[in-house]
Design a protein around this ligand. Structure first.
Ligand SMILES: CC(=O)SCCNC(=O)CCNC(=O)[C@H](O)C(C)(C)COP(=O)(O)OP(=O)(O)OC[C@H]1O[C@@H](n2cnc3c(N)ncnc32)[C@H](O)[C@@H]1OP(=O)(O)O
Length: 294
C-alpha cells in the first residue's frame, strides 16, 4: 500500500510500534512526527483490513488507537515505490479483561493479550510478512502464541496459526466481557492464568451487550452460530467452555497443563443470555471456519 508521502521519513524502522500517542518513536529528519500522515496510514490500513475481513466498518483507525491502550505494529518495505516505501501490513494487540463461563455458569476472569486486528496487503500475502510481524510482536510482548486470545480469527488467520505455531485443535471459547464475546483461546489454564472471581450479582454483573470495536458488526443471524448450537440436553449445560466433567477443568482438547478448577457459582442459565448477546458477531467467519475442533 503506497501513499503520496515518504514512508521512510515517517517510519524509519522496518517495523514501527505505535501506541495511543501515534508517535513513530524517532523524530524523522529532525521534524516532529507528522500526525496527520500517520493517521492517514492507520485509517487506510484499517479500511483495507475490514474490507478483507468483510466487516461492515473498520475496527482499526487512528482515532480508535488514540482512545485505547493498544499496540499497533506496522511493517513497511522501504525499497518499494521509488524508495519512498510501501506499507506491507499491520498487527494490533491489546489486553482485554475477559470473563469466561464454564459449563456450570461459574465466572473466571483473565486478562490475556489479544490479537485484535491483523492484515497484510492482498498482493503480499503468503510471503512470510505476517509471520515477520507476528514474531516481532511476540518478542516485543514476551508472550507465546498459545497464551494469547484471538478476537474471532478469520480462516486465513487460523490457518496461519496452525502453520507457523502449530496451534490447532482450537476451540472457540465463548467469552463474555463488556465489549465482545467471541474471543478464541488455545486454552492452557496455566498459560492464561485464569483466576476465579466470585459471582456477586448472578443476573446482572456481566454485560456483554455494549457496543465497541467488532460489536459494530450488526446482528446478521438470529440463531446461535455453530459451534455454539444449543444441545438437546438440559438447559443448565450449554456448550460454553468444553470442560471435562471428570476434571472440572476449563482446558480443552488434550492440553497437558490443565489445572483443576472448582467453580462454586450457583448454576445459572447463560444460554438465553448468549442467545441474545452473541449472535452473529462475525458469524460468517465462524461458520466458514469449520476447522478441526477436538
Ligand atoms: C483476530 C484477527 O485479526 S482475524 C483477521 C485476520 N486477517 C485477515 O483475515 C485479513 C486477510 N488475511 C491477511 O491479511 C493475511 O493472510 C494474514 C495476516 C492472516 C497472514 O499474513 P501472511 O503474510 O499471508 O502470512 P504468512 O505469509 O506469514 O503465512 C502464510 C500462511 O498464512 C495462511 N494464509 C495466508 N493467506 C492465506 C489464504 N489466502 N488462504 C488460506 N490461508 C492463508 C496460510 O497458513 C499460509 O500458509 P500456506 O501459504 O503454506 O498455506
Amino acid at each position: 500500500m503506497d501513499f503520496p508521502f515518504d514512508l521512510n521519513a515517517l517510519f524509519p524502522e522496518r517495523i514501527t510500534v505505535l501506541d495511543n500517542s501515534l508517535s513513530a518513536g524517532r523524530i524523522a529528519h529532525g521534524r516532529p512526527d507528522p500526525l496527520l500522515q500517520i493517521s492517514t496510514v492507520i485509517d487506510e490500513l484499517g479500511k483495507a483490513s475490514s474490507k478483507a475481513q468483510q466487516l461492515p466498518a473498520p475496527i482499526t483507525s487512528a482515532a480508535k488507537l488514540q482512545a485505547n491502550r493498544h499496540h499497533l505494529y506496522l511493517l513497511k518495505d522501504g525499497e518499494q515505490n521509488g524508495r519512498r516505501g510501501v506499507i506491507v501490513g499491520f498487527l494490533k494487540v491489546g489486553y482485554k479483561k475477559l470473563f469466561l463461563l464454564d459449563q456450570r455458569g461459574a465466572h473466571l476472569e483473565t486478562e490475556p493479550l489479544c490479537v485484535l486486528d491483523f492484515y497484510v496487503t492482498e498482493t503480499l500475502q503468503r510471503h512470510g510478512y505476517g509471520l515477520e510481524l507476528f514474531d516481532f510482536m511476540l518478542k516485543h510482548k514476551r508472550v507465546e502464541p498459545e497464551q494469547m486470545a484471538y478476537d474471532r480469527p478469520s480462516p486465513k488467520f487460523l490457518s496461519f496459526l496452525e502453520k507457523h505455531y502449530d496451534l490447532k485443535n482450537s476451540v472457540p471459547q465463548l467469552i463474555l466481557n463488556h465489549t465482545s464475546c467471541f474471543f478464541w483461546l488455545f486454552l492452557t489454564i496455566t498459560a492464561v492464568q485464569l483466576r476465579k472471581v466470585p459471582p456477586k450479582k448472578p443476573e446482572g454483573e456481566i454485560k456483554p451487550y455494549s457496543l465497541m470495536e467488532r460489536e459494530v458488526v450488526r446482528e446478521e443471524q438470529r440463531a446461535l452460530p455453530w459451534p455454539f448450537v444449543r444441545p438437546a440436553g438440559p438447559p443448565h449445560s450449554p456448550p460454553l467452555l468444553p470442560s471435562s466433567p471428570q476434571s472440572g477443568s476449563l482446558s480443552v482438547g488434550s492440553s497437558p497443563s490443565r489445572a483443576p478448577l472448582r467453580p462454586t457459582a450457583a448454576p445459572r442459565t447463560p444460554s438465553s443470555q448468549l442467545n441474545d448477546s452473541c449472535r452473529a458477531k462475525r458469524t460468517s467467519s465462524l461458520n466458514r471456519s469449520r476447522l478441526s475442533f477436538h
